[in-house]
Design a protein around this ligand. Sequence first.
Ligand code: URA
Length: 245
Amino acid sequence: MRLDKYLAHAGLGTRSEVKKIIRSGRVLLNGVLAEKAEEKVLDSSVVIVDGVEISLETYEYFMLNKPTGVVSATQDQTDRTVVDLITCPHHKELFPVGRLDKDTEGLLLLTDNGALAHQLLSPAKHVSKTYLVYAEGKLTKGDVMLLENGVDIGDETLTRPAKAANLSYYEILGQEGKSVQTRLELTITEGRYHQIKRMFAKIGKPVQYLKRLSMGGLELDASLSPGEFRRLTEKEINSIVNRSA
Ligand code: URA
C-alpha cells in the first residue's frame, strides 16, 4: 500500500493532509525519513510518525449500544463505564470516541485508535451525528427552524445548522394527565457539551429521551439491545476511516 494511503487509513488525515505530514519530514519508514507519498508500505514495514508507531492491523473497533446509567469514560470512582461493558477478551486499551451523557443511549464507538478518534472529534471536521429525541411538548415549525438554523445556547456562537427529520407527535398519559410529546431525529455536526439538551431547553421543549443513531458513516446496529456491543465490520471501519480523513 502507498504510504499516503496507509497513513490516511490509520486516521491521520486526508490524502492531501498526510502528504503534507510526509513532506514536513515527520514520517520514518523502516527507520529512514520518508520523502514521497508513493513509497510502499509492506506487511513487514515499520511506520513511525512523530515518534509513534502507526499500525493498521492492531486497532480494535467496537460499536456499543450504550445503555443509560453508565458513564462515557475509561474509569470512574462510582459508576460503571462504557469500557467495563466490553466484556469480550481484548488486549487493547479501549476508550470511547466522544461522550454520551449518563442518561443518553445509543451508538458509541470504542477503539484504541487515537488518531482516528482525534479526527472524528475534531471540531473542524464537522462529523455528523444523528440523535433520536423525544421532547416535552409540541414542536412548532418555528422551533424546528430555530433548531435547524442555529440556537443561542449561551456559547460564543450559535449552534451550526442542523437537520430535523421524521417528526411526529404523541399524546402521553402521565401522573398529571395527558400531555403531548414530540419525536424527531436531529442531525448536528458539532459535539458541544450537552448540546442537544441545551438546544431543546432553549426552545422550551426539554429532552425526555435521547439516543444516538449514527456518527459519521457509522449507524447503530438495530439488533443491539442497550448494553450489547459488537466489533465493527471491515466495511464499517472503512466508512469511518474514510469519512473522517
Ligand atoms: N447532546 C446531549 O445533550 N447529550 C448527549 O449525550 C449527546 C448530545
